[in-house]
Design a protein around this ligand. Structure first.
Ligand code: PGA
Length: 258
């Protein structure tokens, strides 16, 4: 009942010509895929060009960050209404790299989630523990705190419509994936927490992705888990063939897990 959503987070990769080349390669590989929502999140400088190329396809455009103000004297920043006007439907918020390198706090992430909703964008709000937190037995407390922080003050309808991404920081860009069972365990807890905060209906509707070293070889097993509704893909979204085969997870043979 929840439509799977596979989003490519291109991070700080691809110039506009490179971004266009990737999208042109990707388009024929993921046509006729109505059962999966596919999102690409290029850097700001490529949004306009990629938007043009995506016309007439089912692929949605997302950004990787926004500022929480509507507009103002914030040199170097980009607002939600600007992203919406540039054709974005989604925006990634609170990625661990934003938390780690740019000092984003749960409070700022909450402001950004609200700003995105006000601009008509769907947030993909990221949560997840670091390796030190996992080793200290804090996976659950950290994740719960981040989910609660990100969703503070939202209505049940708003919460139901957004996307959460559980991305254990130690699995991002490292080649180490959480086992599908472990990702399911934490994502199941997140869904229970959404139920406690916003009611059962919101918990049934909200889509929760897994992220962290998702590849064509492990996506099928990840997507087989009942609470995992998609993936946020970094490295493997930078080449058309690997991202397309992740989006086409339903086509791949069972049992090819490395
Ligand atoms: P990765 O990145 O797939 O390269 O591990 C995921 C992410 O940072 O969203």
């Amino acid at each position: 009942m929840r439509k799977p959503i596979i989003a490519g987070n291109w991070k700080m990769y691809k110039t506009p010509p490179e971004a266009c080349r990737l999208v042109e390669e990707l388009k024929p590989l993921i046509s006729n895929l109505p059962e999966v929502e596919v999102v690409v999140c290029p850097p700001f400088t490529s949004l306009a060009a990629v938007y043009d190329l995506l016309q007439g396809t089912n692929v949605r455009l997302g950004a990787q960050n926004l500022h929480y103000a509507r507009d103002g004297a914030y040199t170097g920043e980009v607002s939600g209404i600007m992203l919406a006007a540039a054709g974005c439907r989604y925006v990634i918020i609170g990625h661990s790299e934003r938390r780690q390198y740019f000092g984003e706090t749960d409070t700022m992430i909450n402001q950004k989630v609200k700003a995105a909703l006000a601009a008509g964008l769907i947030p993909i709000a990221c949560v997840g523990e670091t390796l030190a937190e996992r080793e200290a037995g804090q996976t659950e407390t950290v994740t719960v705190r981040q989910v609660e922080g990100a969703l503070q003050g939202l209505s049940a309808d708003e919460a139901a419509g957004l996307v959460l991404a559980y991305e254990p920081v130690w699995a991002i860009g490292t080649g180490k994936t959480a086992t599908a069972a472990e990702a399911q365990r934490v994502i199941g807890l997140i869904r229970e927490q959404v139920a406690a905060l916003f009611g059962k209906e919101a918990a049934v509707k909200i889509r929760i992705q897994y992220g962290g070293s998702v590849k064509p070889e492990n996506i099928k097993e990840i997507m087989a888990e009942p609470d995992i509704d998609g993936a946020l893909v970094g490295g493997a979204s930078l080449t058309a063939a690997s991202f397309a085969s992740i989006c086409r997870f339903a086509d791949s043979p069972i049992g090819d897990i490395p």
